[in-house]
Design a protein around this ligand. Structure first.
Ligand code: HEC
Length: 113
């Protein structure tokens, strides 16, 4: 095999594996996450919430992507961890995708409305 062909093949392989990884870390469905956030989080975290345990406003644009990542990694330390425990892992992944994609330092910051 010619050296150039080999280099070309190696570059293509590296590219393919890189794309593979970045797609995997994109797990979760933001559209579904938006629905789930409204269902599971918004009743307590909307502006002027009046439910049993009203909390301050939270929407995707309330935090940076890094802050959301930290929240989801350590949700068991949150005051509302009991609410989180009721949410299946796959749904939590969707909610993460929604808030992460609309975080305040994302290209498309989103308010939860
Ligand atoms: C039963 C009401 C309730 C539900 C449901 C709920 N929370 Fe909370 N949450 C609270 C309360 C009360 C606090 C503590 C007071 C505060 O921070 O306003 C809190 C605190 C937090 C905090 C820490 C404060 C901060 O801004 O960093 C985060 C993050 C959070 N909640 C995210 C969520 C997410 C995401 C969901 C949905 C998966 C959720 N909560 C569902 C009541 C709730």
């Amino acid at each position: 095999m010619k050296k150039q062909t080999f280099v070309g093949l190696a570059a293509a392989l590296i590219l393919v594996s890189y794309v593979g990884i970045s797609v995997a870390s994109d797990a979760g469905n933001a559209r579904k996450g938006r629905f789930l956030f409204r269902q599971n989080c918004r009743p307590c975290h909307m502006e002027n919430a009046t439910g049993a345990k009203p909390a301050h406003y939270l929407g995707p644009d309330a935090k940076t992507q890094a802050e959301w990542k930290a929240v989801f990694e350590k949700y068991s330390t949150l005051p509302c961890k009991d609410e989180w425990a009721k949410i299946p892992d796959a749904d939590r992944q969707d909610i993460f995708r929604y808030v992460h994609d609309g975080a305040k330092d994302s290209p498309t910051p989103a308010k939860c409305g």
